[in-house]
Design a protein around this ligand. Structure first.
Ligand code: FES
Length: 78
């Protein structure tokens, strides 16, 4: 489901080689709700439970709680 989150960073997050554990898989957040961006922290699991198809979700500043739910305006087919 689509969601809107307010991101205020003006710079990239640099990933140093020392931050990458050897032989371990890395999971980068693609849902936008992680508290440890750019890494996935499991926050996407709550989205699976609380979000339904056909709606657009707006989260609070902390990206923890849904503050608004709107009908999803579907994009036209490419
Ligand atoms: S994909 Fe965003 S917290 Fe897991």
């Amino acid at each position: 489901m689509p969601r809107m989150v307010r991101l205020t960073s003006l710079a990239p997050h640099k990933i140093e080689a020392k931050d990458i554990p050897e032989g371990k898989a890395l999971f980068v957040c693609t849902c936008g709700l992680s508290q440890t961006l750019p890494w996935c922290d499991g926050s996407h699991k709550a989205a699976r439970v609380h979000e339904q198809p056909g709606s657009l979700y707006i989260y609070d500043h902390a990206r923890r709680a849904i503050v608004e739910q709107r009908p999803d305006a579907e994009l036209p087919a490419p």
